[in-house]
Design a binder for this molecule. Structure first.
Ligand code: ZN
Length: 476
């Protein structure tokens, strides 16, 4: 143990020895704050897609402090310093002033370098953050800037393997929600929809603490978790939605419920097990009369689809046909089968979108047509492609002329052994280019934002919105 820590302990100052970079002592097993009187903290990995930094400048308007988040009272003054340059040197962190000189502070009655404290897991923050943590409603706007970009809360560092570091923003859940909501739902939307989004954002955060635990933070700042852009993304209306629902979360059977959300349901939300794996008590399929129409289409050649399958590790050889082979309770596509010259592959549930492209196949509420003639269906009949108009009758021609005139739902051909009904025929689409025509956008589980906005416009409260899309939940 370091000498100064021994001295602090000897002096009766409570200080937890940090195992950098985590601070699990702050949380209970269910992710709630162990001490209910202090706000729950969350660690956000910044610049998720550009995580390799070798130098950054941390500033605060008045004064920077060092903070040990394992002990909320443990703020160390930096003696009026407003700027610290953090860089990588010989594979480890260094904190210096702009001329490169190490900065020293008094901690536990002993002079130590800021570098050593950062390596112990201390964070840098504006000195007024201690008063804001003590009273979040006091109105103090505490901002710490990273290369000029302002964040609430404190900034810490985790070391990457390649001699770079990543920034971690530690702040309260409500402060985090300020920086998320406006990225996830525009501030100009109705207040009750924004409040529903605030509860959902907070619930998602509370049930995902530790999601990136092995990297030294809880959530990242990208769509992988929730888009977070710090103070620059805040707005007075979305902040109001956070304040008016402060600390409120969703619970199912007494446990925190994850607030899954997405843009548009396509008219029917999906139960969890129809999209991912296991059933979840509050994530059911809900017929959604509030959903505004959101339609999309995407076209792929068979060759493009084969490439996508191969990239994902599936071997089919040259594709012959693609078939919708199952629907789920919501009426969305549950399985899609690709028949190739060397094999057949069936994708199910969300795998359909993850393999074909989440932004192109915007939802699994889709049907297939031939792109060559959108009004026609293409049928695969004994090795040859024939087309027939949808919703009309099929005329099957034999040697003597028309032999049968049949409803489109039943297809027959005349083969060497007479008239034969074709099985699985109506769902099979071939042709060089396939067109996906769909509605809705997103995985379909939980609250569709478009519908939340529509409900709010009709006068629904945020609790009515949440309880319509999440079943058997408590909001408290
Ligand atoms: Zn993430």
């Amino acid at each position: 143990m370091k000498q100064w820590i021994k001295k602090m302990l000897a002096a009766g100052i409570a200080l937890l020895l940090l195992v950098s970079p985590g601070f699990p002592a702050s949380y209970g097993a269910d992710g709630s704050a162990a001490n209910s009187s202090s706000p729950t903290l969350i660690r956000v990995g910044l610049q998720y897609t550009q995580s390799a930094l070798s130098r950054t400048v941390i500033t605060a308007a008045n004064e920077l402090s060092l903070w040990n988040p394992s002990n909320g009272a443990d703020f160390i003054s930096l003696g009026g310093k407003t700027e610290i340059v953090v860089s990588m040197e010989a594979g480890t962190l260094k904190a210096a002033d702009s001329s490169g000189t190490e900065i020293q502070v008094i901690a536990g009655g002993q002079m130590v370098t800021v570098t050593s404290l950062l390596r112990e897991g201390f964070l840098l923050c504006s000195s007024d953050y201690s008063s804001r943590l003590a009273d979040p409603a006091a109105g103090t706007l505490s901002l710490t800037r990273v290369d000029g970009v302002p964040y609430r809360g404190a900034i810490g560092f985790t070391i990457n393997a390649n001699n770079t570091f990543r920034l971690v923003n530690t702040l309260t859940i409500d402060e985090y929600a300020y920086g998320v909501i406006n990225s996830e739902m525009g501030y100009s939307n109705p207040m009750e929809a924004l409040k529903a989004q605030a509860v959902v954002v907070r619930s998602y955060a509370l049930t995902n603490l530790g999601r990136h635990g092995t990297s030294g933070y809880d959530v990242c700042d990208s769509t992988h978790c929730q888009v977070y852009k710090g103070y620059n993304q805040e707005n007075a209306r979305s902040n109001q939605a956070v304040d008016e629902t402060s600390m409120l979360g969703m619970y199912h059977n007494g446990k925190p419920a994850t607030g899954y959300f997405y843009k548009n349901s396509g008219g029917y939300t999906q139960k969890a097990e129809d999209v991912w794996n296991a059933p979840v008590g509050y994530l059911k399929a809900v017929s959604d009369p509030y959903s505004p129409l959101y339609s999309w289409n995407a076209e792929f050649t068979l060759s493009e689809l084969e490439t996508k399958l191969r990239t994902a590790g599936y071997r089919t050889g040259a594709l012959i046909s693609v078939s919708v082979t199952g629907h789920n309770e919501s009426g969305a596509v549950a399985s899609l089968t690709f028949k190739g010259q060397e094999g057949t592959v069936t994708l199910t549930k969300e795998k359909i979108r993850s393999v074909l492209g989440m932004t192109q196949i915007k939802s699994t509420h889709f049907s297939l047509t031939s792109a060559q003639n959108q009004a026609s269906k293409a049928w695969y009949v004994q090795g040859k492609i024939q087309t027939a108009q949808a919703a009309t009758k099929i005329h099957v021609l034999g040697a003597g002329g028309t032999k049968a005139q049949l409803e489109i739902r039943d297809k027959y051909v005349i083969g060497s052994s007479g008239i034969q009904k074709l099985e699985g025929f109506t769902q099979e689409i071939t042709g060089s280019t396939l067109r996906f025509e769909g509605k809705g956008y997103g995985h379909g589980v939980g609250m569709p934002q478009d519908s939340a906005i529509a409900m709010a416009k009709e006068g629904a409260s945020f609790t009515e919105i949440l309880k319509f899309y999440y079943k058997d939940i408590e909001i408290k």
